[in-house]
Design a protein around this ligand. Structure first.
Ligand code: NAD
Length: 421
């Protein structure tokens, strides 16, 4: 992969473009089509005014970026975080296009977000921000246009407010406009744990590939939110010793393995893993550098970069988060033969079960948890097998192989539809 500038001056969008260029070179795609795939089809930037509980008014910036519709309606999460900006949302939308294509869902990619720190506002304020943001992007979302889902800083309650706002404006209940909803509103059984279940499945597949038994493996998980907390639990259930976890406040470590259930209960009560009594505190940055078998970054983009990649000691990295490795870090890890399961494969379990939720809502017919989980496993392992077969036949890293499959599927759809007009 050709990387043109040092990490500090680069954004996740630069990393996303590097990945696309590498795939385009390998697939010999003509420059005009690379341009088409490198740009979003539609981008919306909106002001989101909030009347605060004390009566004052604050305005936030919100975005929705729809990267590609060649394979179907756009699909992607909504992020509430202070760091949200247009380039980040563009990168995340592009990765969604590749992810949906890789696991063969009939979707293109989208992403949205509001630049707000939700922890600084009351529940009522977050509800008003969610409803106003939803109404601003209303013209471009819908069950057959673009279907939002939760991401960092949002959850099933946010999706319930989005669905309700959309439904009120439609005049009837539209369950299939968002996924990741509460079960009572048409959410799917198994959706809440689906991303993490997929991450753990990919970790197990990677361990098997290296001939390492789960009981002989250790893991560290960065981020203890919707993805990281359940991923740590599933890894522990598989017999892996989860020795460290972190969140934005700090990290905890226990050499013999953490009791993930007890830690989850502690984090639910205290809002952080920091202070958990049955482990030692360590600096959050050190978690990424521990000598572990499996590292699961499940927080934000760009956490492994030019300045810390050489100290990373894990043998396997499973990208629970989107874009946790910068392009430079990614190529250095490849040089050192660290097995990286790329985000568009590793964390695809969430969008797979979101797809199942959308299908169930459209059919008004519920599937059992067993059905959801066995179909999730079948898709994840099918994608793992396709990516490893592509790697064996055409070389490169798992990311290179995954990108070649995903980009060629999107191009195939595009070529069949033709360019309008
Ligand atoms: P979340 O808001 O539920 O949790 C994020 C966690 O990361 C929190 O524990 C937070 O404290 C922690 N965190 C934030 N910054 C950190 C830092 N610098 N160091 C350590 N920890 C930090 O979000 P989530 O839904 O779990 O999403 C996490 C990642 O997974 C994101 O990259 C998201 O795009 C990706 N992802 C999520 C889903 C999903 O279904 N939720 C699906 C696919 C990918």
């Amino acid at each position: 992969m050709t990387v043109t500038a040092p990490d500090a001056t680069r954004s996740p969008l630069d990393d996303a473009h590097d990945q696309l260029r590498a795939a385009a070179t390998a697939l010999d795609i003509e420059p005009g089509l690379v341009d088409l795939l490198g740009q979003a089809r539609r981008e919306i930037s909106v002001g989101v005014p909030l009347r605060r509980d004390d009566g004052s008014v604050e305005v936030f910036r919100g975005y929705r970026v729809q990267h590609n519709f060649s394979r179907g309606p756009a699909k992607g999460g909504v992020r509430f975080a202070p760091s949200v900006d247009l380039d980040e949302v563009r990168a995340l939308a592009m990765w969604m296009t590749w992810k949906c294509a890789l696991v063969d869902l009939p979707y293109g990619g989208a992403k949205g977000g509001v630049a707000i720190d939700p922890r600084q506002y009351s529940i009522e304020e977050i509800e008003r921000v969610t409803r106003r943001y939803t109404s601003e992007i209303l013209p471009v979302i819908g069950p057959d246009r673009d279907i939002p889902a939760p991401d960092i800083g949002t959850d099933e309650r946010t999706m319930a407010w989005m669905m309700d706002t959309f439904s009120v404006s439609s005049g009837y209940t539209v369950q299939s406009v968002v996924t990741g909803k509460p079960i009572a509103l048409g959410g799917s059984l198994g959706r809440a744990t689906s991303t993490s279940r997929g991450v753990a499945l990919m970790a197990s597949a990677a361990l098997e590939r290296l001939g390492i038994a789960p009981a002989a493996a250790t893991a560290a998980v960065q981020g203890f939110g919707k993805v990281g907390s359940y991923a740590a639990g599933f890894l522990a259930d598989a017999g892996v010793h989860v020795v460290a976890v972190s969140d934005q406040y700090g990290a905890v470590y226990r050499e013999g393995g953490l009791d993930v259930a007890a830690l989850s209960a502690y984090a639910a009560e205290h809002g952080t893993v920091v202070g958990y009594p049955d482990a030692d505190p360590i600096p959050a940055e050190e978690l990424l550098l521990l000598r572990v078998t499996v590292l699961v970054p499940a927080a934000v983009e760009g956490v492994i970069h030019v300045d810390n990649v050489d100290q990373v000691q894990a043998r396997i990295i499973v990208e629970g988060a989107n874009g946790p490795l910068s392009s430079i870090a990614d190529s250095r890890l490849a040089d050192r033969d660290v097995l990286v399961v790329p985000d568009i494969l590793a964390n695809a379990g969430g969008v797979i079960v979101s797809y199942f939720e959308w299908v169930q809502a459209k059919q008004t017919y519920r599937w059992s948890l067993d059905t959801v989980e066995s179909r999730l496993e079948e898709r994840m392992l099918g994608a793992w097998n396709a990516v490893t077969a592509e790697q064996r036949s055409a070389g490169g890293t798992l990311r290179d192989a995954a990108m070649r499959i995903a980009v060629s599927r999107v191009l195939d759809a595009h070529r069949n539809r033709g360019l309008y007009p």
